[in-house]
Write a protein that binds this ligand. Structure first.
Ligand SMILES: C[S@@+](CC[C@H](N)C(=O)[O-])C[C@H]1O[C@@H](n2cnc3c(N)ncnc32)[C@H](O)[C@@H]1O
Length: 284
């Protein structure tokens, strides 16, 4: 198995405070998950977000809302098919667990993140009385190949049956090289193959074709990579590449969703051009 280039990805964690503030600002979250640092980052980013919206017709908040609400929609579909177990990896301050438990009390919700972020989240959910046997928060590290925090151990320990599970990684995979993610996806596909009907949901970003835009994004990606000490990467260039790669990783059924297909159906913002984000739904 190839070793990942980044072994300590704790530098990424603060970004969850920004996305957490976006979920809160757009009415998707709860006060118990709002943080002062998130509010501060939200204000700091506002001028850049406004400029980007005006110039290119979309910004980070556009694709954050697109990805979050489309993932929610696909989770709902899986629940309608009868899946009742959910593992949200890299949960950060995502309010999804709270919402899912409110809307579907039969769900076993497990939220997982690196130890520090997991403790932070657990503390907030504990104080507000939300934690219990069917809503847990636990440490995980997608780079751990074995031990308590590895993907395999977390899944087996949390869902000690052979029933299907919905696994989500939102806002995680693009901080790692394709090589690193491929190892993780192969391990996940293998684990989920033991649970027919399981679903894995994640987003992916495509580099736009316009030279000016792609140049700017490459620079911003480089900056984000330095600040978070990670390998910020665009893994695929188009839907076919994304689809074929996930199939090669071991998922027999893969659908790549374009936010455009949900305009008018889901309350998501619309991008001026072809959206740069896709949601990949991979089934076992
Ligand atoms: C951009 S935030 C996304 C948080 C949340 N999913 C959301 O959309 O609001 C990235 C998250 O990935 C987590 N993370 C970073 N490295 C990780 C790893 N190796 N294993 C699991 N989670 C990790 C961070 O702690 C952080 O919470």
């Amino acid at each position: 198995m190839k070793q990942p280039t980044v072994k300590d990805s704790t530098g990424i964690s603060f970004t969850a405070l920004y996305t957490g503030a976006v979920w809160h600002r757009y009415g998707l979250s709860d006060d118990i998950l709002a943080t002062d640092q998130g509010r501060w980052l939200y204000h700091l980013m506002t001028p850049f977000e406004a400029a980007s919206k005006a110039i290119v017709g979309g910004n980070i908040r556009t694709f954050l809302l697109q990805r979050h609400l489309i993932i929610d929609h696909l989770i709902e579909q899986a629940i309608e098919r009868g899946v009742t177990q959910v593992l949200e990896i890299a949960c950060g301050m995502s309010p999804r667990g709270l919402r899912l438990r409110q809307q579907h009390p039969q769900i076993h919700m497990a939220e997982a993140d690196l130890p520090d972020m997991a403790s932070r989240k657990a503390a907030r959910l504990m104080i507000s009385g939300h934690l219990g046997p069917n809503h847990q928060v636990m440490p995980i590290d997608i780079l751990a190949e074995d031990g308590d925090r590895s993907l395999e151990t977390v899944i087996d320990r949390t869902f000690d049956n052979r029933e299907p599970v919905i696994v989500i990684t939102e806002g995680l995979t693009s901080y790692f090289s394709l090589e690193t993610m491929t190892v993780f996806w192969q391990r996940l596909a293998s684990k989920l193959s033991e649970r027919p009907g399981a679903v894995y949901l994640a987003e992916s970003y495509f580099m736009p074709k316009q030279a000016l835009l792609s140049g700017t994004l490459k620079s911003l990606g480089g900056l984000l990579g330095s600040v978070t000490r990670s390998d910020v990467s665009f893994h695929f260039q188009n839907d076919t590449q994304a689809h074929d790669h996930m199939v090669q990783c071991g998922f027999p059924s893969v659908t790549v969703h374009n936010p455009r297909d949900f305009y008018g159906t889901l309350p998501i913002p619309e991008s001026r051009r072809d959206p740069m984000i896709r949601i990949i739904e991979s089934r076992s």
